[in-house]
Design a protein around this ligand. Structure first.
Ligand code: K2U
Ligand code: ZN
Length: 152
């Protein structure tokens, strides 16, 4: 995906709708089964004006040593939450909704969320960073939730 087309914009509009319905504050295209390097995000809290961000072909150009813990969840791993440490600031390069190149530093929840989403694009889910024991517990919990959902 080199440039942003009307088709890419349609995909991002659909992703944003899915994200709000979840609800979530970020979503990677792979989470709706589309294997493209596309992410949408809106970090605004309920009641705040939306701050939608679109990322096509995002790359991390630099990151910092300092790590920042955050209790993460994931729409693809429901009901599982755990504290993950990630670099607290990352320098990003991506194409925006109109295909314009943006280079900017992300920090705080923006940095955590974009790294969480970019992991999805590489097939990594945050439970991959947990201990084997914690991961096995998480997998069991999701399997149980899925079975329960199928039964109801
Ligand atoms: O990619 C996803 O699964 C969406 C996540 C993104 C996310 C995970 C961890 C930390 C920040 C963002 C969902 O938004 S999980 C729901 C959520 C809502 C508010 C704050 C954190 C997580
Ligand atoms: Zn996730």
């Amino acid at each position: 995906m080199e440039k942003v087309t009307d088709e890419t914009r349609k995909l991002m509009d659909d992703m944003l709708e899915t994200m709000y319905a979840a609800p979530g504050i970020g979503l990677a295209a792979i989470q709706i089964g589309v294997p493209l390097n596309v992410i949408v995000m809106d970090l605004a809290r309920d009641g705040e004006p939306a701050q939608v961000k679109y990322f096509v072909n995002p790359e991390i150009l630099e990151d910092v040593e300092e790590l920042h813990p955050y209790q993460e969840g994931c729409l693809s791993v429901p009901e599982v939450f755990d504290t993950i440490e990630r670099p607290e600031r990352v320098k990003l390069r991506y194409l925006d909704y109109n295909g314009k190149e943006v280079i900017e530093w992300a920090e705080g929840l923006y940095a955590t969320c974009i790294q969480h989403e970019m992991d999805h694009l590489k097939g990594i889910v945050f439970i991959d960073y947990l201990s084997r024991l914690k991961r096995e517990r998480a997998v069991k919990k999701v399997a149980k939730a899925v079975k329960l959902k199928a039964a109801t």
